[in-house]
Design a binder for this molecule. Structure first.
Ligand code: NAD
Length: 363
């Protein structure tokens, strides 16, 4: 079925109002809408408003907690350990990054650990917050929910899609932004394919027997049935990166790894994050740095193209192009729209509110 288009500002208002109706503060509702719609704008529907139904289920099950703030568990100036107290990831990660950025401005660098956040979504958003303040930032994030990624040489899922992200502000040109899952495909993209009735080609999924499949339904088994698994990207390399991401993001921050004994929740996705934020100006001359990057990018992009229709891009370029294309209206697939309408109805039932169905706002 064809996508439905919703005017982008109306989509933002709808998400904002949904969380206000659920009981979020004005700041929390706005930050949540900014982030989720921002992920759709960046072209990552996997981490956009399509997550709202899961967040609503998590909130109704008393897993996601609204209106929490970060608690500082340890503070040595340049090293901060923060507990998100099971709060809304979008507002808690924003607060945590604000603290880390302040420290990096003051001391030049901050190593920040954030544990027990509800899903913090598109990690590139947090790197962009640092980049907007002139900071370089690196992010290692583990996700705590039912494992969906098999280790290299394994055929059963053992961990989640553990993203790795780097944001680099470059004087005189657009920032570089690397931001990806360490699985061959992000789980949310499998959900989007499943909701839109599409296949996932390219040996990125295994069924419950460990055989490759292109059917995203393998990752959405019937209750009580074993599920399949995603494979790591780039074979042993993606797997090895995911391992160090899990250990840095979770074990080191005092968060939890995806061992069975830690999986106590039904709907929530929890994230733990280690972020390194630093001021590049304290490492050297920023004008020289900008000029060097510009010349290097020119050199890289001078390579002969394999296909004239596909130019050589820089990390961050696809997201910028998507923002331009989606500024006015956002495509929502039929499965996701039905789930979003059901989520609004569930909030109305729980809170006696009168949210309209998102589908009624179709342009
Ligand atoms: P992806 O495969 O779409 O890769 C995106 C990255 O690759 C971006 O940095 C993009 O700029 C860059 N890129 C894309 N095409 C390029 C090209 N031709 N040349 C150069 N660079 C290019 O990303 P993904 O793995 O699907 O991840 C999607 C999102 O999912 C990310 O934002 C990630 O943070 C998020 N995620 C979150 C969680 C969580 O638990 N919160 C877990 C996994 C992933």
């Amino acid at each position: 079925m064809a996508d439905t288009f919703i005017p982008t500002p109306a989509l933002h208002r709808w998400v904002d109002q949904l969380w206000l109706a659920a009981g979020s503060s004005a700041d929390e509702a706005r930050l949540t809408a900014d982030h989720l719609v921002g992920a759709n704008l960046a072209g990552h529907d996997s981490h956009g408003v399509g997550m709202v139904p899961r967040y609503v289920k998590s909130w109704l099950a008393d897993e996601l907690q609204l209106n929490r703030h970060v608690a500082v568990t340890s503070d040595t100036g340049t090293m901060l350990s923060l507990d998100a107290q099971r709060g809304m990831g979008q507002s808690l990660a924003f607060e945590a990054m604000q603290l880390a950025i302040e420290r990096a401005k003051q001391h030049g660098v901050c190593v920040m650990g954030l544990k027990n956040a509800h899903h913090i979504g598109r990690i590139g958003h947090w790197a962009e917050q640092a980049v907007a303040a002139g900071m370089v930032s690196l992010h290692f994030v583990n996700a705590m929910s039912v494992p969906v990624v098999a280790p290299f040489r394994g055929s059963q899922a053992r961990y989640v899609t553990n993203p790795f992200t780097v944001g680099i502000p470059v004087p005189g040109r657009e920032p570089l932004l690397l931001d990806f899952a360490t699985s061959a495909i992000a789980m949310g993209k499998v959900r989007v394919a499943y909701n839109s009735g599409k296949k996932v080609p390219g040996q990125m999924l295994m069924d419950a027997q460990g055989d490759y499949t292109d059917d995203p339904a393998a990752l959405f088994p019937a209750a009580g049935q074993p599920g399949g698994a995603l494979v790591p990207f780039a074979q042993h390399k993606g797997y090895a990166l995911a391992m160090v991401v899990e250990v840095l993001a979770a074990a080191l921050t005092g968060g939890e790894t995806t061992r069975p004994g830690n999986l106590k929740y039904q709907h929530a996705v929890w994230n733990n994050m280690l972020a390194l934020v630093f001021d590049p100006a304290r490492l050297g001359d920023q004008q020289l740095f900008g000029a060097e990057v510009r010349d290097f990018v020119d050199w890289v992009q001078s390579a002969r193209l394999r296909d004239a229709a596909e130019p050589i891009l820089m990390p961050g370029d696809p997201e910028r192009a998507s923002r331009r294309a989606r500024a006015e209206r956002m495509p929502i697939d039929a499965g996701t729209m039905a789930e979003l309408d059901a989520a609004a109805a569930a909030v109305n039932q729980a809170r006696g509110s009168a949210l309209v169905a998102l589908s009624s706002l179709a342009a």
